[in-house]
Ligand binder design. Structure first.
Ligand code: HPA
Ligand code: ZN
Length: 359
């Protein structure tokens, strides 16, 4: 499998082949998959200002620095208010292409080899942007990411749970015209008060169309939302899921069924799900046998891409090399990759783990 990041991921200058070099670094070297990433959440302030100018859209901040300074959040809703304002600068298919390509390049530089990416169609269609514009711009970038960067990818169509079930159903109807562009449907936005069961019918229809299902649950919402996501929506993976640890029976089930949980540590601290990284439960979840993965969620808003999230676990929680290898391994086993590609990535990962003496 190709490797465009050899500089950062091989033994450092003077290192012996097969030996761990002075400048080598396990986090950078590990092949990783990102499974919880909102493409709209990768809009860096500089690009937001550039696109606002390009499209003649007014944003209530005079500069990229002012925008970045505004990224202090009380909770999920206070973040979403800023995030939806940010979406307003995305107008043309080139905007969606540029946004997606910038993320892919950055992720690839961190040795992210596969990404399953959300987009929120309703954040755009409600502003009069055609669904075709959004899907074509993102899909064109994902195709170039495959050709130019050797990155595999899947696109997840996410319903905004603060809007009605009928609006989600209409969104699915429109999106089925592009069925082959998607690997799954998802559910995001304001969690509390918008339980998974509200979207029972639209998820059933999406699964009948052959799409996988995932949902945000147990970020701010209670463990019962995780149970609903599994039993009512038929999800294969739960996004966040950190509040599962409040329900012992649920934890046992998630361990027994190895349901993947796409945890986003820096996001959780920025949105005050946990007071600090040192108090985050991700390593406790991992040690309990849960299939945990580490992801960035909305990296431009929270100040960390995948690599920074892995490093945060080393720095604040003392994650061991073995933990980091397990998290990277889980990111591929929890993905919707087909078996052949999954095995190739895992073989690459094993080779790196051996080089670092972790296997
Ligand atoms: N949670 C819910 N909705 C979202 C998020 C999130 O972390 N990011 C973008 N939409
Ligand atoms: Zn999310």
């Amino acid at each position: 499998m190709d490797d465009a990041t050899t500089a950062g991921s091989r033994p450092g200058a003077g290192g012996q082949p097969g030996a761990r070099g002075a400048h080598d670094d396990l986090v950078a070297a590990l092949p990783k998959a990102e499974l919880h990433l909102h493409i709209e959440g990768t809009l860096e302030p500089e690009m937001a200002v550039e696109l606002a100018t390009r499209n003649g859209v007014a944003i209530p901040y005079p500069s990229a620095e002012a925008l970045r300074r505004a990224y202090v959040f009380e909770d999920l809703q206070s973040f979403l208010d800023v995030y939806y304002t940010g979406c307003s600068v995305l107008v043309t298919d080139d905007d969606f292409y540029d946004l997606t390509m910038a993320y892919l390049r950055r992720a690839r530089s961190q040795n992210v080899r596969h990404v399953e990416m959300y987009f929120d169609p309703q954040s755009h269609t409600t502003r009069g942007i055609p669904l075709a514009t959004v899907v074509e711009g993102i899909s064109r970038a994902l195709a170039d990411g495959r050709d130019e960067l050797g990155m595999s990818s899947g696109l997840i169509l996410s319903f905004l749970r603060h809007l009605s079930a009928e609006e989600a159903a209409a969104t699915l109807d429109d999106a089925l015209a592009y069925r082959d562009a998607f690997v799954a449907v998802g559910l995001d936005s304001s969690e509390v008060g918008n339980p998974p069961e509200k979207f029972r019918d639209v998820f059933a229809r999406a699964r009948q169309a052959g799409l996988q299902a995932v949902a945000h649950a147990g970020e701010e919402g209670p463990p019962s939302y995780i149970v609903q996501a599994l039993d009512i929506l038929g999800v294969r993976r739960v996004d966040h899921g950190v509040r599962c640890m409040e329900d012992g029976a649920l934890v046992e089930r998630l361990v027994a069924e190895q349901v993947p949980l796409t945890v986003c540590p820096i996001s959780n601290v920025k949105l005050r799900v946990f007071p600090s990284l040192a108090e985050h439960n991700v390593l406790a979840m991992l040690r309990r046998g849960l299939c945990v993965t580490v992801n960035s969620d909305d990296p431009a808003y929270f100040g960390g891409y995948v690599e920074e999230n892995y490093r945060a676990l080393q720095a604040a929680l003392g994650a061991t090399d073995g933990d980091l290898v397990q998290l990277a391994r889980n990111s591929f086993t929890a993905s919707f990759l087909e078996e052949g590609a999954r095995s190739e990535y895992l073989a690459d990962l094993d080779e790196v783990a051996r080089r670092f003496g972790v296997l």
